[in-house]
Design a protein around this ligand. Sequence first.
Ligand code: GUN
Length: 302
Amino acid sequence: MSAKLIKGTEIREQILEEIIAEVAEIKEKHGVVPGLVTILVGESPASISYVTLKIKTAHRVGFNEIQESQPDDLSEEALLGLIDKYNKDDAINGILVQLPLPKHIDEKKVLNAIDPDKDVDGFHPVNVGRLMIGGDEVKFPPCTPAGIQEMIVRAGVETSGAEVVVVGRSNIVGKPIANMMFQKAAGANSTVTVVHTRTKDLAAHCLRADILIVAAGVPGLVKPEWIKPGACVIDVGVNRIGEKISEKTGKKIAILSGDVDFDAAKEIAGYITPVPGGVGPMTITMLMKNTLKSLKFKLGII
Ligand code: GUN
C-alpha cells in the first residue's frame, strides 16, 4: 500500500475532544449547554442507525438532547407542527430532521420550515445561499462537505491551486463541496470541476484531479486507472452491498462498500479514505460542531 490512509475515526476523536472542552468552558461561563433535537419519521434501518449514533455522540459531548421518533404515517402537518415547536424552544440550538422522509411528506417544505439559525444540517435555502457567498456569511456548512474539507486540511493536503474533481451533484454533498472548495478561503482556493451521469468522459476528468471527491452512490465506480498517481481520493460512497454477522455483537450488520475500488486505488493514490471509517464518522462530528456553533452565535461569542 502506498497511499496514506485518512481515517475519519481518528480525526473524529480529535474534534470531539475539542468540542467537549468547549462545552465545559461555556457551561462554566454561561451556565448553558447546546441543545439538539433529532426528528426521525419511520423505521428505515439505515436512518435508525444514523440517528442512534447522532444521539449517542450528542450525549458524549455533553449536549442536551431530545429524540422525536415518529411513525411512518405521521402527517406533514404534524411534522411541521413539531418543527414550529422546536423553532420556538429557547433550549434548542439545533433541529435535525433525518432524511429521506416518507413519500407523502414534501421534503422541501419541511426543510424550509426549520429556523435557519437552528438549521445545523445547513440545508435551508438561506444557509445554502450563505455558503455560496462564503466568508463570514457562512453559518452552518453542511456536515458531510464540512467533514470532507476538514479531513483534507488535517491530512496536510494542499488545496490552493489544486485541481479538485467532484463526482456527483447532489444537494447534500456534490453541490456544496464544489462550492466550498473554490471559495477564496483557507482549505479551499481550488479549481473545481463537477462531473455527473451525463459527463462524456468521466475517466479523463478524474485523471486530472489532485483531489478526487467521489459521491456518486455507485459501488466501485472509480477505477484505479482513473486516479492520478499521488492524488488525494475522498470516497463518500456508503453502499450496502450485503449483510454479515458482526463478530462483536453476533447481530446482522450491513457490508459497506465505497464508490472507489479501494484495494487497487490505494496502490496509486497518495492519500485515500477507507469505507467504512472514512468520511462517515465526520458527518456526525460536524453536526456536533454546528450545534455548538449555533449556541455560540446565540450567546454572541462568535
Ligand atoms: N440523510 C443522509 N444524510 C443526511 C444528513 O447529513 N442529514 C440529514 N438530516 N439526513 C441525512
